[in-house]
Design a protein around this ligand. Sequence first.
Ligand SMILES: C[S@@+](CC[C@H](N)C(=O)[O-])C[C@H]1O[C@@H](n2cnc3c(N)ncnc32)[C@H](O)[C@@H]1O
Length: 258
Amino acid sequence: MALPSLRTSASGTSAAGQTRDRRTPARRLADRRLFFAETFRTFRTTGAVTPSGRRLAEALATPLAQPAGRPRAILEVGAGTGAVSRILAGLLGPEDTLDLVESNPRFARVLEADLHSDPRLARHGKRIGLIAKPVQELDPGARYDVIVSGLPFANFHPGEVSDLLTRYLAVLNPGGQLTYFGYRGTARFRALVGSSRSLARHGGVAHVLDSFQQAHATGCRTVWANVPPARVWSLSAGHDDDRLEAAIPPPRSPGHDF
Ligand SMILES: C[S@@+](CC[C@H](N)C(=O)[O-])C[C@H]1O[C@@H](n2cnc3c(N)ncnc32)[C@H](O)[C@@H]1O
């Protein structure tokens, strides 16, 4: 199964009208430094040493690539410093809305400022909003057409991941899509340096993700042009049982990548 990609032309403009990252080198450096600092301060929830690269962000934004012909409600969970948010903003239709959820107050401060100062976000005005709290505190009555999750599932407990995915699928409108990613090579890395407890937890998370993928996956693709390379999954609340059974292998032993 492959997610369609957003093609980028030599001029730097993709088929969807997205342009290359226009932040200054100083701003890019500041984002990387903040991420790096948060990796040490809040490793469990940050789960990355650097913001997602453009190719990964574009793969996560694939559900927005085709105009829907009607207003869409989009949710990004774990927006960080806005690497994916800026790509999503570039794909918004004139009546689409985008809610950015971020629980880390230091990342949320950066996003809040960018909502006013970054033209790619600011031009949408109040149609892009920031919810600076954990996604678990999101209004349970909210409904979305697309959810893009940047949460580091590999650092969470299996029950937590199961609760989050259940909740995502519950708040998706019929036909809605969820995308999320996991870094490749984490299982091998953990096998080398992890404690038996951490390996068991990681195996539990892999099993939960496998179960959701088997029931709901509509696409999967590896983005090699990211540091580190990442696998992007696309899930939908509805699914085609026969196609999925043919396409997705049964759960493997604990210790594999997501
Ligand atoms: C791997 S980073 C991804 C950041 C950004 N989306 C990117 O791709 O560069 C994970 C982000 O999820 C946020 N996060 C972790 N747990 C969260 C939660 N329960 N609710 C909302 N955000 C959360 C972290 O603070 C962090 O910004």
